[in-house]
Write a protein that binds this ligand. Sequence first.
Ligand SMILES: NC(=O)C1=CN([C@@H]2O[C@H](COP(=O)(O)OP(=O)(O)OC[C@H]3O[C@@H](n4cnc5c(N)ncnc54)[C@H](O)[C@@H]3O)[C@@H](O)[C@H]2O)C=CC1
Ligand SMILES: N[C@@H](CC=O)C(=O)O
Ligand code: NA
Length: 465
Amino acid sequence: MPAAASPPAVPAPSDAPLHERTPVRVALLGCGVVGSQVANLLLEQSPDLGARVGAPLQLVGVAVRDLTRPRDGVPAELLTDDAEALVDTADIVVELMGGIEPARGLILRALARGASVVTANKQLLAEQGPVLFEAADAARADLSFEAAVAGAIPIVRPVRESLAGDQVNRVLGIVNGTTNYVLDEMTTQGMDLDDAVKRAQELGYAEADPTADVDGFDAAAKAAILASLAFHTRVSIHQVAREGIRGITSDDVDWARRTGYVLKLLAIAERTGEGVAARVHPALVPTDHPLAAVRGAFNAVFVEAEGAGPLMFYGQGAGGRPTASAVLGDVVSAARDRLIGGKGPQESAYASLPVLPSDAAVTRYQVRLEVADRTGVLAQVAGVLAEHGVSIDTVRQSEALTAPFEAEPASEPAPGAVPDEGEPVARLVITTHAAREASLAATVAALEGLEPVRQITSVLRVEGV
Ligand SMILES: NC(=O)C1=CN([C@@H]2O[C@H](COP(=O)(O)OP(=O)(O)OC[C@H]3O[C@@H](n4cnc5c(N)ncnc54)[C@H](O)[C@@H]3O)[C@@H](O)[C@H]2O)C=CC1
Ligand SMILES: N[C@@H](CC=O)C(=O)O
Ligand code: NA
């Protein structure tokens, strides 16, 4: 990739009035949901931002794909479809196009010139972080990405900088606004998953391809970034165990409520004696847990550190304006660094701990199943769990339950199952104590083969108990 020969000018500190100082030139790549808000805020708040930096912040151009499309509040003369040429004019490049290419090439081009980069691109960071960080180190330039994790919430900087003197043991939270919005709409409005996703797209929460949200890729990228920062170990998105919310049904949402839980898509990164692990999956969270109260596109992240103890970060995890706030914080910070000729703190991967496979994870589970309603079946089911070393916390049978449980009509047997004519079916809801993921998987496989079991309706993890 050819790079321009001369490095961008670094304005020196000056005693001159602000408007006479050499401006810091900012180039914006992408003018979508987030980019348009960043452009507007940069233009509207230019005097304040300049005063905070100590030099004017000048938006020198905005790279777009379609020059003919009007962009609210962004003068047409700032628009260009030549992103490479724009990169070559800037001191700070703000990448808000998303995806891998051309974002990756343009970021590397900017860094090769010595320009600083601000990005919200978690997908790129979680897949190709090391290449980008090495380029930033070589250039002694900032590569900042607060907006890439949990939108407006300051979480990257606190984990990387404020907790640099502590040992982080666990990071757990809701880091995807779209799925939290969707699950919330399903729970409180009875909305169908597809309709809720469409609405999240309209509200600017979803990725360009909302599959990234629904199937947990976006949360997995954020989990990888958080795990890398928290444990000083490179964790890529491919090392994060991932399960999205596509399989969550209105029945799951309903049963969560009946049993005292709320369904949330969680990202969990933890340090164990053997290494570190990161996972993303839907989980049942008790209704009195603070995560249960996180509504709409809000995010919340708990960090547990050795000295600090538990910390909680909460705020808007998606949407143009909130995300633009995090982007601009990074722009101001990068501009300040350029004025003093320095570079902010970057990636630290010195610990290089082993990254563990997902079946080593230990958590509690809720298993819902339908069984033939006969004497001794419960003992048989309990026996299977015991054989696999999975300890039962509670078992509930729907017919025996009083409020808030209602008697359930017997449902259809599973395809292929041959129940006795008119045989009653009981619904069991089993909550386990903490078990290894591998043991639980073996238990479920064994239950599926047990004669009185008609159907395993769902297996969900339980967190926050
Ligand atoms: N929307 C949100 O709430 C948040 C988004 N992000 C991240 O911010 C980035 C941008 O997201 P959105 O603004 O939501 O996406 P978007 O799809 O609304 O905007 C991206 C824009 O970049 C433009 N673009 C793509 N390739 C281009 C190219 N080669 N040249 C010029 N323009 C190009 C597209 O036409 C589009 O207008 C992504 O990395 C996303 O993951 C991060 C946090 C929150
Ligand atoms: N699509 C993402 C946007 C922010 O990162 C989300 O829904 O959280
Ligand atoms: Na953030």
